[in-house]
Every structure is written in C-alpha cells, then in structure tokens.
Design a binder for this molecule. Structure first.
Ligand SMILES: [Zn+2]
Length: 193
C-alpha cells in the first residue's frame, strides 16, 4: 500500500446505507487537517439531508464542505489542495466515465483523492461510477452495517415505500433517512417488483 501523502492515490470507502462511510471519511480528513495538509471536501448538492455546506454522518459528526453538482466543479476548485475528499459520490450528476476521468486526473497530478459512496443502488445493482473507481483505486474499504432483520453483516440498502420493497422502476436516487431505507443482508434483502 502506498503511503498517504507520498503521491497521487485514490481511496474508495464504500458500503450500504448506515455502514459508516461518511464517519470514516470524516476520520481520515481530521487526520489530514491535524497534519495541516491543504485539503478540500466536496458534497453533492443533491444530498440535502443535513445542513447545507457540510458533510455529516448519521451519528452527528460534521465537517465543512463545498457543495457541487458535477466532477467538473470539483476539478475547477481543486486548486493547490493535496487531499480531495468527495462524500456521497453516487449523487454526482455525471457519467461513470466522467467521474473516473476526473478522479484519475486529480490523482495523476499527485493528489490523494478519497471518495465515499454507496456501492449498490436499492435494486442491489452496482453504481457505475463507484464500480469503475474501485477498479483503479489504490485502496478500497468496504464497510458493513448490521441487518435490521437478523443481525448479520448487511451489504444492501433496502428501500421501502409504505413498508413494502420499492418497485424496480422507481427513481434510483431518493434522498432519505430511517423512514425510507434499511440495512439488510443478502438473505433478508427483498427485491422489488
Ligand atoms: Zn439479515
């Protein structure tokens, strides 16, 4: 594993809802700040669950962040940062190819790029941007939640509408909290119709 700060690298923090991805991103960025490395934290404008201009974990930890809609806005504001963090990457309004090219460009310039995001949508299908970044990343950490049904490790985000699995033709991106999503394991996950 290459030493963080020794050169460009991509780190992917992935997993299902409630697996602690943002918590882990905040932990790494606090270390960066303690080391006084120039850094920028970005958060998609679409994710408005918590206060605007911050990233926040479900447990309440927060860090200031710049709201963006696309990877091009990240590239335009990367400036002289040594470390770039992007939370909830799956919410960016870009193609997987554009996200991949943008993050590769930053890492090729010598930056440490840390992204956090869902690896699967509510249909348990891979998010294309995350999938491609994982393939080229120097470091991938897959986090787990606990299945609300059986207590096993959960890897899937069960989306519920009125307590029933969401239909497969529902929109992919719906910002929500406890009322809409549950962490479930492979056995307890219920596909929609
Ligand atoms: Zn389960």
């Amino acid at each position: 594993m290459t030493r963080p700060g020794a050169g460009g690298r991509i780190e992917v923090i992935c997993g299902c809802m409630y697996s602690g991805k943002t918590e882990e991103l905040i932990r790494r960025m606090r270390q960066v700040m303690i080391a006084r490395q120039p850094c920028r934290i970005f958060t998609p404008r679409l994710d408005t669950r918590y206060s605007f201009g911050h990233i926040a974990s479900h447990t309440g930890a927060t860090l200031g962040a710049v709201p963006v809609s696309s990877i091009n806005e990240v590239l335009a504001q990367a400036d002289a940062a040594q470390v770039i963090a992007i939370d909830e990457l799956h919410f960016l309004e870009d193609t997987a190819e554009a996200i991949l090219a943008g993050c590769q460009h930053l890492a090729d310039q010598g930056m440490r790029v840390i992204v956090a995001g869902l690896d699967q949508d509510y249909r348990a299908a891979p998010f294309p941007g995350m999938m491609q970044l994982m393939a080229v990343a120097e470091q991938v950490d897959k986090l787990y939640a606990i299945c609300v049904r059986c207590g096993a490790y959960a890897t899937r985000s069960q989306r519920l509408i009125n307590g029933r699995p969401a239909p497969t033709d529902a929109p992919t991106l719906v910002v929500g909290g406890l009322d809409l999503y549950e962490a479930r394991c492979r056995s307890c996950y219920e596909p929609g119709r």
